[in-house]
Design a protein around this ligand. Structure first.
Ligand SMILES: *Cc1c(COP(=O)(O)O)cnc(C)c1O
Length: 367
């Protein structure tokens, strides 16, 4: 019996449509997909398999364990990159499993070259162009190539990677700065390894334009329906929809309080629907001014969001439109767009999706 667990519906046709849209917007050779963090919370297995069937052959994850999971889901050899690189001692595991670390420091690079037999190594190398998270700076990289012109071939570097810090703000000056630094690194690398490929663009980076494209794209959020830049609105289809079941309908007298802290006081006699799903399920307490929901009409939550439940004001619904026990209130979906809900909670679609709890029943469907 699942009647009191919410339902997370994942539209795999929409996912594939979004991937095709990003692929068609990309002018480089390979549009990959970022499926880290359980495919942004939506389920790595169905998501990866749907993208593979659609033609995706380059997958990016954060950790080695995520890479192993992706590898087992795919019937042929594809390129799987681990964005966090290779922690000490794991080098041979990457080689045995034919998974590529995105190497992000000299120490990591040295260990990588030391451990594995030449000819078996395949990896990517991260260049820090301004995010200042992981990677070699361009001057460090250029100096290393000067000192050892065979470095890239010895390490088996097939792809240079960098990541944009402000791609969702197209006018931000850092975008151009990062582009010119990355171009310098790529040009330098190609003096030594002419066939080396390059990857700079995440979802928003693809929308910045052709200059930012290079050879391989790494879209994540856009595939899952997150419109990280306004130009994507109208082009992406919603992928996730979340519905929470009503556990109880309650009449509350004017002057009574609702929920923890007693800080919401019913201004009039009210009717409320208590639904299953709370902050333990990723329904943030920080929904400022109430969580929006939808049941025939727009609803607003009242009182604090609890760990396992929250309460919606349904006083304004006509009796024939009022929900009953077990009816589902939409929280994310057609009437409650993901991006709007995320900003109402003071966050971004990425965080809202990746925090959705594992108590929901996940339902995958094709249109
Ligand atoms: C998560 C991530 C991506 C995907 O970014 P989106 O904004 O979700 O498209 C791409 N590259 C790196 C290095 C990442 O960490």
């Amino acid at each position: 019996m699942h009647q009191f667990s919410g339902t997370l519906k994942v539209n795999l046709s929409a996912l594939r449509r979004n991937w095709r849209f990003m692929r068609d917007s990309f002018t480089g050779q390979h549009c990959g997909a970022v499926v880290k963090a359980n495919a942004y919370g939506l389920g790595v297995a169905p998501v990866t398999q749907a993208l593979y069937r659609e033609g995706c052959r380059h997958f990016f994850v954060a950790t080695f364990d995520e890479a192993l999971e992706v590898k087992r889901l795919i019937p042929e050899k594809v390129d799987i990159f681990v964005l966090q690189g290779c922690y000490p001692g794991a080098e041979q595991n990457f080689i045995d499993e034919e998974i590529m670390p995105v190497i992000s420091s000299f120490a990591m690079l040295e260990r990588w070259i030391k451990v594995s037999a030449a000819g078996q190594r395949r990896c990517a190398l991260k260049i820090n162009t301004g995010m200042n998270r992981l990677g070699l700076t361009v001057p460090e990289f250029v100096a290393a190539l000067c000192a050892d012109s065979a470095l890239l071939s010895r390490a088996g570097v097939e792809l240079l990677v960098s990541h944009l810090a402000c791609a969702d703000e197209p006018a931000h000056p850092l975008n151009r700065v990062q582009l010119s630094r990355f171009r310098e690194a790529v040009a330098e690398a190609r003096l030594h390894e002419p066939s080396i490929r390059a990857s700079l663009a995440n979802s928003a980076g693809i929308l910045l334009g052709e200059d930012w494209h290079f050879n391989v794209a790494r879209p994540g959020i856009a595939l899952y329906g997150g419109c990280c830049v306004p130009q994507l609105r109208g082009h992406l289809s919603p992928v996730a929809s979340l519905q929470l079941p009503v556990m109880q309908i309650r009449d509350v007298r004017a002057g009574e309080s609702i929920g923890y802290g007693g800080d919401f006081i019913a201004p009039t006699d009210m009717r409320i629907a208590v639904v299953s799903g709370g902050y333990a399920d990723g329904i943030f307490r920080s929904f400022v001014g109430g969580l929006k929901g939808w049941f025939h009409q727009e609803l607003l939550s009242v009182g604090r969001i609890s760990m396992d439940s929250c309460a919606f004001d349904i006083t304004h619904l006509a009796p024939e439109l009022s929900p009953e026990l077990g009816d589902l209130v939409e929280i994310i979906g057609e009437h409650c767009p993901l991006d709007d809900q995320a900003s109402a909670a003071g966050t971004i679609s990425y965080e809202l999706l990746t925090r959705l709890g594992d108590r929901f029943q996940k339902v995958y469907f094709e249109e």
